[in-house]
Design a protein. Structure first.
Length: 138
């Protein structure tokens, strides 16, 4: 034996037809696994990004509190302390309402990203099954 494989034995038509359900199930399982892996990768990246955004938001929150206190103290040199606190508080409340409205509008029109690579692969498989696409091994 030389260890070199010879040509693959030819299978009959009935054997090939009998293999179709198994091949389709393997294809579906592979696509599901691809979908899981792609989704897991995107979720992992999103988790890291969200964690960093939470850290940034925490520091920004404390910075805004310090700046608000500074604004109240600065305005208190011209107006009574209660009036300056009321003016600055109203301005902060106005900014919060505007940001909330913008955020709600974005959430209403936002759609989570789809697993694009898996969708492309499934479309390619469907075209190949229909006989209108290129085969992977050609």
């Amino acid at each position: 034996m030389t260890g070199v494989p010879g040509p693959a034995p030819k299978r009959g038509l009935f054997k090939l037809i009998a293999d179709i359900p198994t091949l389709l199930m393997d294809l579906v399982r592979g696509e599901i696994e691809s979908f899981k892996q792609e989704l897991l990768g995107k979720l992992k990246l999103a988790g890291v990004g969200i964690g960093l955004l939470v850290g940034a938001a925490t520091f920004a929150f404390f910075a805004i509190l310090v700046l608000i206190a500074a604004a109240v103290l600065g305005l208190a040199t011209v107006l009574p302390a209660w009036a300056s606190a009321l003016i600055i508080g109203g301005g902060v409340l106005l900014v919060a309402v505007i940001l909330a409205l913008i955020g709600i509008a974005n959430l209403k029109k936002g759609v989570p990203p789809a697993p694009t690579e898996t969708i492309k692969s499934i479309k390619k498989d469907v075209r190949a099954i229909k006989g209108i696409g290129k085969r992977a091994n050609s």
